[in-house]
Write a protein that binds this ligand. Structure first.
Ligand code: NIG
Ligand code: FE
Length: 378
């Protein structure tokens, strides 16, 4: 492996505490890690040299929420929603059926293609959940495949109650917290639950998260997607790394998040694709909460792999400035995964850099839908 210098960077966002943005800057990577940051006038020698010619560079994005192990799509549901139909959690069962029928090679190739698509749009760290298997065998298989693509794997056996358990949801919770957890924990870093009407109650979610914690898994939660619930406060009480969606948040939820280490991960691709109201990032930031932005890439509620698209929505619809949205998609995502080695470009960082075909990072929101990521380095 050789060292790579990127120089003549017009605007370099490093998120260094005393100097978060540098101008006419340069950076050196060695073995994928940042080893030097400074002025373009003082560059050290390196094996390879990339001339950014005044372009902007940002840390590789951290997409802390995705569901990539699935087969098929649900474009018909999207079309129906655009014509006025409501999103319902039950659609998940359609993808479960198709995913169970697919072979390993197909599932892995589909997921890998989306990870590659993400990388072309600047994402260098991705979390991937199971949750379209819902049997011991199929959940373990999903995590085994996800592990091929990222260390940030999440066991989401509690995505929805599968049809076989329609009359016995607590029996399914017994399976998730017992045999399924035993089979999946070795392949998972995190455990997650969809805590929502039509999925799992707060009490069921507590049981599942506590069982995961007892097996050494980190905690995350889907909550507040379809209505307010006690899920957000459960996440804070259990010190979950992140509570995701937050489309509907009470004042007490916002206060609880602000006084905690739990990140509020907002997923504006979902509001876009389900025609729900966008949550206010401004309200959370003003209260002092840490906010992350992620795609939630999945075939039901948000089939986008693009963090730049989410940044644009956060700026246009959620009261966030372009800088705040970039912070949420980098540092915020890293905090949601309790990582401090990605989402920034200080010496030691390992998440790489996205070089933009633009003079400043605000173009990510200013030029929505334009493929601005020219190259990923590091
Ligand atoms: O994060 N909300 C739960 N799970 C996914 C949706 C999955 C689906 O509809 O297939 C989400 O939005
Ligand atoms: Fe999700």
């Amino acid at each position: 492996m050789t060292s790579t210098l990127v120089t003549s960077i017009g605007e370099l966002t490093t998120w260094e505490p005393d100097r978060p943005v540098r101008h006419d800057a340069a950076i050196v990577f060695d073995q994928g890690a940042v080893v030097w940051v400074g002025d373009a006038a003082d560059v050290p020698p390196a094996d390879l040299r990339i001339d950014a010619a005044g372009r902007a560079a940002v840390p590789g994005f951290v997409d802390s929420h995705s569901h990539l192990i699935f087969a098929g799509d649900r474009a018909d549901e999207f079309e129906a929603r655009m014509a006025g139909q409501k999103y319902e959690a039950g659609g998940i069962r359609r993808t479960v059926r198709l995913t169970r029928e697919a072979d390993d090679a197909t599932l892995l190739a589909n997921a890998r293609a989306i990870v590659d698509e993400m990388r072309r749009q600047g994402t260098t760290t991705v979390e991937i959940k199971s949750g379209y298997g819902l049997t011991v065998h199929d959940e373990q298989r999903a995590l085994r495949l996800a592990r091929e693509l990222t260390p940030e794997t999440t066991f989401l056996g509690a995505h929805v109650v599968p049809v076989e358990f329609a009359d016995d949801p607590d029996g399914y919770v017994d399976l998730v917290t017992g045999e399924m957890l035993d089979a999946c924990a070795p392949f998972a870093h995190w455990i997650d639950v969809f805590c929502e009407a039509g999925a799992f109650t707060v009490e069921q979610s507590r049981r599942i998260l506590e069982a995961g914690a007892a097996r050494g898994l980190g905690l995350r939660l889907h909550a507040g997607q379809l209505g307010e619930s006690g899920g957000v406060q459960l996440a804070v009480e259990l010190d979950a790394a992140s509570v995701d969606h937050g489309t509907f948040l009470s004042d007490a939820d916002v206060d609880a998040l602000a006084g905690s280490q739990t990140v509020a991960t907002l997923l504006p691709g979902v509001e876009f694709s389900t025609r729900q109201p966008y949550p206010s990032g401004r309200r959370l930031l003003d209260a002092g909460a840490t906010v992350a932005l992620a795609t939630d890439c999945n075939p039901g509620s948000s089939f986008t792999s693009s963090i730049p698209f989410c940044i644009a929505l956060a700026v246009r619809e959620m009261g966030m400035t372009p800088r705040e949205a970039l912070h949420a998609a980098t540092v915020g995502g890293a905090r949601a995964l309790r990582r401090d080695d990605v989402g920034h470009l200080r010496v030691g960082a390992t998440g790489g850099l996205a070089l933009l075909d633009a003079p400043s990072a605000s173009h990510l929101a200013y030029r929505p839908g334009v493929p601005l990521v020219r190259q990923v380095v590091g």
